[in-house]
Ligand binder design. Structure first.
Ligand code: 5GP
Length: 180
């Protein structure tokens, strides 16, 4: 069996970049592609960043029991496919899920061996400026994401490991200490 790592972090903390760099250095780790009902951002590709689904299709998959976990985040639905996770771990591969903290705690209750990692920003000011700098969200969406940060940080108290993403190389080195 491979090991399961769940990585969460507030919107704009740069977890996508950290995970991408970690995977580049450690291609033996796999990353699960989630399903979502949110619209693709510029440059996002269906089947690569997410499987982009309609609300109806997402609901069908919930009813079918296709998801290991799913959660509503900031007005959209996100879910992790059960099949892919089971097959990947059974094939002996280490697997990373990049999901929100609610989803992470749900995974831990189903699979207690899962290791939960939370990525923190150097400061709240820095987080807000990164979120705005991304220029992909409306002001309303940015406010929603900032509001969810408090709950995410509260949930992260139950996580196994924390990494501050101030400097990317340091963040990767910290992850390597825990994951290798
Ligand atoms: P974004 O819209 O910025 O891509 O993602 C918003 C939040 O949803 C992030 O915290 C991301 O980690 C989380 N997320 C992505 N996929 C999943 C999933 O399959 N399940 C859950 N619970 N959260 C997810």
């Amino acid at each position: 069996m491979g090991n399961l790592y769940v990585i969460s972090g507030s919107s704009g903390v740069g977890k996508g970049t950290v995970i991408k760099e970690f995977l580049r250095k450690h291609p033996e780790f796999k990353l699960s592609v989630s399903c979502t009902t949110r619209a693709p951002r510029d440059g996002e590709v269906d089947g690569v960043n997410y499987f982009f689904l309609s609300k109806d299709e997402f609901q069908k998959r919930i009813n079918n029991g296709d998801f290991l976990e799913w959660a509503e985040f900031s007005g959209n639905m996100y879910g992790t496919g059960k099949d892919y996770v089971e097959k990947t771990l059974n094939a002996g591969h280490n697997l990373i899920l990049e999901i929100d903290t609610k989803g992470a705690l749900n995974v831990k209750s189903i699979m207690p061996e899962a290791k939960l990692i939370f990525i923190l920003p150097p400061s709240m000011e820095e987080l807000e400026s990164r979120l705005r700098g991304r220029k992909t969200e409306t002001e309303e969406a940015i406010q929603k994401r900032l509001a969810s940060t408090k709950l995410e940080i509260e949930n992260s108290k139950r996580f196994d490991y924390k990494v501050i993403n101030d400097n990317i190389n340091q963040a990767i080195a910290d992850l390597e200490k825990f994951m290798l």
